[in-house]
Design a binder for this molecule. Sequence first.
Ligand code: ATP
Length: 355
Amino acid sequence: VAHTAERSRAVDIRIAGVTKNFAGSAALHDVNLEVRPGELLALLGPSGSGKTTLLRIIAGLAEADRGQVFFGGVDATSLPVQKRQVGFVFQHYALFKHMSVADNIAYGLQVRERANRPSKAEIRRRTLELLDLVQLPGYESRFPAQLSGGQRQRVALARALAVEPRVLLLDEPFGALDAKVRKDLRAWLRDIHERTGKTTVFVTHDQDEALELADRVAVLNRGHLEQVGSPDDVQDHPATPFAMTFLGQAARFNADIRDGRVLVNGKPTPVVAPKATIGQASLYCRPWHLKPVLAGHGHHQGIISGVRRLGSMRRIEVLQADGTKLEVEAPLVTNLSVGEEIGLDILDGVIFREG
Ligand code: ATP
């Protein structure tokens, strides 16, 4: 349960018309985004899409060419990083190697001017409290070299929280860790977030991480914000073909829309056509929008090129006539083998008009 007092102090972040160019090419193009008070927002995009640049502009580590950043409604655009009261954790967060865990966590408080510095006892109390919060009680005297990667990132988070930042900015904090540790840390971060109620922006290029962790996901593509929405929203109602394909497996079909019906290879599908759409369009299908049927039947044909298990379902990889592959979900009991011909029924999908 969140500390109500903390939550009520959470601020919102508003990014208004932020543009940033590097040597003439736009890293960010007119980005408008609101992070709600106490929300955990994931900035998701492929490498080079501008995630880190945007995070650095929020932090005050980089300057936008145009646009503004507001914290709690107050313009922070020209505030230097020290005055923004932000805490951050990066992928390769360099803890001070020669300092104990406790000294690392306390660092931000120790370097404060005397007037703002808590007493030694208070710093000690807060440090131990944070170690409890990040589930490393008893680790205060260890040195970074005596910690695992995941433990180091937890100390880095404790250090970021020590100065009681107004917002928390995390840039691929688990990026360097192995898959199992990453997954554990996701649940852990979610839990910490619920307890502290801090407004948090989390940068990742990992769709699963964003979808599992975030209250809302902001999808960046080549410096453009393509969509902002809840994990369900962005998955089930992607705003653009990019969002559709980046957020998960998606197969694309040429569709023909006539009399409100969506046809693929001349056969009607149950897909609902957007109002007033006629003519050619693209239909994107998730693996569960497709159903394997007998060869020669269904909307589309292919050859099975792979079968694997994915949790309680099978994933079937299908090679299409044009040489590209798509994925289909099927029940575990399905008996299909590589090399067989297969038909696909289209059950659902998302229509886009592409230029
Ligand atoms: P990654 O996931 O690989 O870290 P990213 O989404 O965080 O990528 P950014 O680091 O924000 O992307 O970079 C966005 C674009 O701006 C890229 O094309 C990058 O090459 C360019 N860029 C970033 N920083 C600089 C810089 N200091 N000088 C020149 N170009 C830069």
